[in-house]
Structures are given as C-alpha cells and as structure tokens.
Ligand binder design. Structure first.
Ligand code: ZN
Length: 157
C-alpha cells in the first residue's frame, strides 16, 4: 500500500498551496552535490513540507540499497534542483518544481528530451531507484512517458 496518495498535477495548488509557500528544509540522508557545480556539497534541500518526510524515507532507502559508491556512479548524489517557480517547459501550466514537490537528479546525463536509449537513469541498474519512489507514490516522467529521466514528482499525471 502506498504511504501517501499525491494530488494530480492540476490539483496541486489546492494541495500544496501557492508556489513559494509551505517550504521546509530536508536534511538529506546522504550528502549530495550541486549538479551545476559539483564542488559544492549540500546536506539539505528546500522542499514542500507535505512531501519532505516521504522524500527523506525514499533517499534513506536509496542510500541503504546502493551505498555511496554505487549511488555516485548512478548520479543519484547530483542534485539538479527542487523548488523553482517556473512554467513547465514549452507550456504555460506551472512546473511541479513551482510547488517544490519535484526533484531532479543528474540532469547532464538525463537530458529533458532523451528517451531510454540515452538517459543514464533509464538503465537497468536504476530500476530500484524508481521503484523506491513509486512505493511512496511518486511519479517518474521517464518511467511513465519516456522523457525527463532526471525528474521525480509527488504529484500524479
Ligand atoms: Zn524536474
């Protein structure tokens, strides 16, 4: 059974509130690096408080399942962003990042338009990573739509 049922994308403003509200700091279960400046180690991220505990549980399981060496190899310590108040790429509806309920990993090896033939996180050794998110009800655009393999969100399509 899922721990939480997340809102559908179009219901996010009712569930999460206006962009920029409801934030908390999540202490990361393992250190991450900024994807755009990997010399910078980060130990906490800004995220919506309604999905913060769930994200922490998933990342604890990711750490325990893979260990630091393997998760670094997969790029699961490369933080590509969470809160970002912007529209969806190519659209006018708000991105799930505007609600701080989406996280990107290793964007350089999982470009937005890449499908499973090129994206690093579409490879078989990343399947458990996605299953751990899905066990908490999170949605992977890569797994559902075969693009944006960097992205996971606490909102249903
Ligand atoms: Zn994203």
């Amino acid at each position: 059974m899922l721990a939480t049922t997340w809102p559908r994308q179009r219901e996010c403003v009712a569930f999460y509130g206006k962009p920029g509200t409801g934030h908390t700091l999540l202490d990361l279960p393992y250190p991450m690096r900024l994807a755009w400046d990997p010399h910078v180690t980060i130990r906490r991220i800004t995220i919506h408080r309604k999905c913060a505990d769930s994200a922490r549980r998933v990342l604890e399981c990711v750490r325990d399942h893979y260990g630091m060496e393997k998760l670094r190899d997969l790029g699961l310590d490369l933080f590509g962003g969470c809160y970002n108040n912007r529209p969806m790429r190519g659209g006018t509806a708000l991105s799930m990042h505007a609600y701080a309920c989406a996280i990107d990993f290793d964007p350089a090896r999982n470009l937005l338009k890449w499908n499973h033939t090129k994206a690093r996180l579409a490879k078989p050794d990343a399947v458990r990573f996605w299953e751990l998110w899905e066990e908490e009800g999170w949605v992977s655009l890569g797994r559902c739509r075969d693009f944006d393999w960097m992205h996971v969100q606490a909102a249903r399509l």
